[in-house]
Design a protein around this ligand. Structure first.
Ligand SMILES: [Zn+2]
Length: 442
């Protein structure tokens, strides 16, 4: 059954040049549009968005009762190429993206070897285009080998197609190197995505430092490690005028620091994950490493602060930090298991269930955080249903109830703390450049 979506896509793309999506609730925050309408796609581009379109399309999709949005964008995924294909590859990761409603994903460079030079960026861009299931963007490393010692050839990587830079997985402890990186990129408009945990404070830590870690006897990673790192990078952005993007923010104090910096006009933006919005360290079970992530799951106070920051504009976007590992790697004791879990296929379910259906966020705000906001910050030609925009579209059934089962994952990763959870709200179709991929195995 799983292969069905690809067969449909191939058959359609061979004959079809037009697609009419009928009668959905179209939410396009970039154009401040939220109404029931039809969406017409011709030759891979948006041709019209209005009620009752009269057009003989090659294919019609009945979206009555569904939500039609610009294709979702995830600026923080780990597709693990090159070198770590046992965890994930561009094909499995792209299929997971489709299943989760993502039409554009940006993959991090902490691979083997590190994506820290133009030749490798060029090869990855070509590989992404050859596979062509979704739009895969390449993020280059800030420093050579992500060792934090010497700047990587970032300008060459821009020429080769890198959309942003990050030493994700690591904090760049050397402030001078990081300042140089911001100066180096200053006139390029490119953003540095920062993993914010001061290294000496999180050494050997495996979960949030607090009551729960004390109870479990596990070494903690304190929020102050994140707060210090965010404060430093905000100050260096202010000093240099460079652009800093805070990755997977998780601490209440860090949200305050970003909010204050934005008020002063600092070039800082931020992202948060579904897990940091909705899960706490109370869920950490030493017998199950699926909750082990960096930065770790924090407290309810931190979750609440992240949600407040998301709603008031301090936090600009939601990302999954999709970080699959081979099941046998994650099947180890908590202290030895690698950090991260796959998130592409569960994020819409989590966010609709925990934030939308509970009335904590409205749909237009939620969709903006996953479409036009990342597109605008990273300069992507995506995230809108404007006429002539690439026809990347996501269709969501907001009421569809489902249970997360790792057996249905397209990702190679299987250990997720969301496995077994019941969600309401699911992606039912994903359209990339006009190609409809029906997810009809459910
Ligand atoms: Zn990270």
């Amino acid at each position: 059954m799983k292969n069905q979506i690809w067969q449909i896509r191939k058959a359609e793309s061979a004959i079809s040049t037009s697609l009419l999506i009928r009668g959905g609730r179209v939410i396009d925050p970039a154009n401040d549009f939220d109404d029931v309408a039809d969406v017409l796609v011709v030759d891979g581009k948006i041709a019209a968005v209005k009620p009752d379109i009269n057009f003989e399309a090659h294919y019609e999709y009945n979206a009555a009762g569904k939500i039609v949005t610009p294709g979702l964008i995830d600026m923080h995924v780990h597709l693990r190429e090159p070198g770590q294909e046992a965890k994930e590859d561009f094909v499995s990761g792209s299929k997971a993206a489709v299943a989760g409603g993502y039409t554009t994903v940006a993959t991090m460079p902490n691979t083997s070897p590190t994506v820290d030079n133009a030749a490798l960026v060029r090869a990855m861009v070509k590989r992404a285009e050859d596979i062509g299931i979704v739009n895969v963007k390449i993020i280059g490393a800030v420093t050579k080998g992500q060792h934090g010692q010497e700047l990587a050839e970032m300008r060459d990587m821009i020429s080769a197609g890198a959309v942003a830079f990050s030493d994700d997985g690591h904090f760049d402890d050397n402030a001078k190197i990081f300042l140089n990186a911001l100066d180096y990129l200053h006139d390029t408009g490119k953003v540095i995505i920062c993993h914010e945990e001061e290294t000496s404070l999180v050494k050997d830590g495996v979960m949030n430092e607090g009551k729960r870690s004390a109870l479990l006897g596990l070494k903690g990673r304190p929020t102050v490690a994140e707060d210090i790192a965010v404060a430093r990078d905000v100050l260096l952005a202010e000093y240099t005028g460079g652009r800093v993007h805070i990755a997977h923010i998780s601490s209440a104090r860090a949200v305050d620091i970003v909010r204050d910096a934005k008020k002063r006009g600092v070039n800082v933006t931020a992202e948060v994950t579904p897990q940091h919005l909705t899960m706490t360290d109370e869920l950490v079970d030493p017998a199950d490493a699926s909750t082990k992530i960096n930065p770790p799951l924090r407290t309810q106070k931190d979750c609440d602060a992240c949600l407040t920051g998301l709603l008031d504009g301090t936090i600009d976007m939601i990302v999954t930090d999709h970080s699959p590992h081979a099941p046998e790697e994650k099947d180890r004791e908590y202290i030895y298991a690698p950090s991260g879990f796959p998130g592409l296929e569960t994020s819409v379910g989590v966010l609709f269930t925990e934030l939308y259906h509970t009335g904590k966020i409205d749909l237009k705000t939620l969709i903006a955080k996953m479409t036009c906001n990342p597109a605008q910050i990273f300069g992507l030609d995506a995230g809108t249903l404007s006429i002539d925009a690439p026809a990347d579209i996501t269709i969501i059934d907001p009421e569809l109830a489902w249970t997360v089962d790792a057996k249905n994952f397209y990702t190679k990763g299987s250990h997720s703390p969301f496995v077994g959870r019941e969600f309401k709200g699911r992606v039912v179709a994903t359209i990339v450049r006009g190609n409809l991929m029906k997810l009809n195995q459910w």
